[in-house]
Design a protein around this ligand. Structure first.
Ligand code: BES
Ligand code: MN
Ligand code: MN
Length: 463
């Protein structure tokens, strides 16, 4: 691999420039004002993968396009399905960015831009590793299939339709995507210099609750006290969902939760974790959560409830004595493996209807939902990943779980019968979905190197 490694060194700057160019394209999937830039980012990636000689397609969907590409099959060697997303979150609040989100800026060895770590910077490492392999070694040792979507940040509508066979043009999707293992780089390492294999993710179910009271806003003095105020009702209903011990009060919510095993508790406890440093990182003066669990347990392996947005009444300057006609909230639960989205949704709806006060009508809208994930221990590809990361980072990875959600991982398991290796090159403080998102350039290059070693290691597994 000597020629390969010098290729990486010689092309360091160009890989960085290419990533930065891609990061200027504001591929914000949720906002239709950016449809043109989403398309531009898709076109760029399509052409980039196409130039590797992969059979590359732009698959049009009900939403943004999917890029699908494959290299030739290699007899007796595994096939890897690489998933990622080229869409990004909206950048707001804009005034908190030190440099504009779509003008990538390099400071202290990091590239700052929306999408730097989530997920453009991480996913493109797998494309650059293929380029470097082909330029110095030649044919790939395995077959690689790229499946890169543009709607991960807004529910993956098009991808779900694609996986359900809606865009089959003569080729059944399960055959097209058939692979021995999936690889996703869209999460984090454990810490600087501590690369990780993520073997578990939390699931999610996301809701919007709308409460309607009087037919229009009222004078709170003239009418207050005689009708239910939707904002008061909303506060009470949301507060009923969780108690002061951090226990969620929806009937049956914990029924299917798999408790942490003693071995896993021990494994979490052995990871070096400093609550004080964590508090400092987040700018808080204390931590809280479900009583009886450590911070890592709370983040990785216990379900949670969070309000994500809340609105009602007067928000302008000064005071206005109003009894608002409406109130609303967006909120979500993170789920752990074995919890069932449909059961929880039904029980939540039932509970909210029961506690909805008189004079209020409620609407509960369901947004996306996906169960949690754990990779069964002893997966044969884990060893290959471990070896590859050791080569790329100069350090063996630790095994961690993560609190975030990547819903497609479940679809790969259920619909395609493929397990997923989650190999995150990011850091916990990369600010995904927040202002000043960043990605360490050293991690970016180590990711490219690890990716190439992954192809090599997986190529040694005969199937
Ligand atoms: N890359 C993240 C998921 C992630 C974040 C995994 C941190 C591990 C650690 C992904 O792009 C994401 O934001 N997922 C959403 C899920 C979704 C259904 C919108 C999430 O976790 O909120
Ligand atoms: Mn992501
Ligand atoms: Mn994300």
């Amino acid at each position: 691999m000597a020629a390969f490694e010098s290729y990486l060194t010689d092309n360091r700057k160009r890989f960085e420039q290419d990533l930065c160019h891609w990061l200027t394209m504001a591929s914000i999937s949720t906002d239709s004002a950016y449809t043109g830039q989403v398309r531009q980012a898709a076109d760029w990636l399509h052409d980039r993968i196409d130039s590797l000689g992969f059979k590359t397609e732009m698959i049009e969907t009900c939403g943004h396009p999917i890029i699908y590409a494959e290299s030739p099959p290699i007899p007796n060697a595994p096939t890897v399905l690489v998933y990622g997303h080229y869409d990004v979150q909206p950048p707001d609040p804009l005034d908190e960015w030190l440099t504009p989100p779509f003008e990538p800026s390099i400071r202290d060895g990091n590239v700052f831009a929306r999408g730097a770590t989530d997920d453009k910077g991480q996913m493109i490492t797998h494309v650059f590793s293929v380029e470097a392999w082909q330029a110095t070694i030649g044919d790939l040792p395995i077959q690689i299939k790229f499946l890169i979507e543009g709607e991960e940040e807004c529910g993956s509508g098009g991808l779900h339709e694609f996986l359900d066979g809606k865009y089959d043009h003569g080729q059944v999707v399960t055959e097209k995507l058939a692979a021995d293992i999936a690889v996703i780089s869209d999460c984090s390492q454990y810490g600087p210099g501590m690369p990780a294999i993520t073997y578990g993710l939390r699931g999610i179910c996301y809701f919007e609750l709308l409460l309607h009271g009087p037919s229009q806003d009222l004078h709170s003095g003239a009418f207050g006290g005689s009708v239910t105020n939707p904002a008061n009702a909303l506060s009470q209903m949301l507060a009923s969902i969780i108690d002061s011990d951090g226990k969620i009060q929806i009937p049956g919510f914990y029924d299917d939760v798999l408790p942490l095993t003693e071995a896993e508790k021990k494994q979490f406890a052995e990871l070096d974790f400093d609550n004080d440093a964590y508090m400092k990182q987040l700018g808080v003066n204390d931590l809280s959560g479900e009583t009886g669990y450590s911070t890592l347990e709370r983040r990785w392996a216990r379900p949670t409830f969070d309000v994500n947005g809340l609105w009602s009444g007067y928000q302008g300057e000064g005071a206005k004595t109003v009894l608002p006609a409406h109130a609303g909230a967006k909120f979500s639960f993170r789920l752990v493996p074995n919890q069932n989205v449909d059961k929880i949704t039904a029980s939540l709806r039932d509970m909210l209807q029961k506690i909805c006060p008189p004079g209020i009508t409620m609407e509960l809208v369901e947004h996306h939902g996906a169960p949690g994930f754990v990779l069964p221990l002893g997966n044969p590809f884990m060893q290959a990943a471990s070896e590859a990361i050791n080569q790329g980072f100069g350090q063996k990875p630790v095994h961690i779980r993560s609190g975030g959600s990547i819903p497609v991982v479940n679809s790969f398991g259920n619909k395609l019968n493929i397990d997923t290796l989650l190999l995150g090159w990011g850091q916990d403080d990369d600010n995904p979905h927040s202002p000043n998102e960043k990605f360490s350039l050293d991690d970016f290059h180590r990711g490219i190197k690890s990716s190439a070693y992954l192809w090599q290691e997986i190529g040694k597994i005969s199937i």
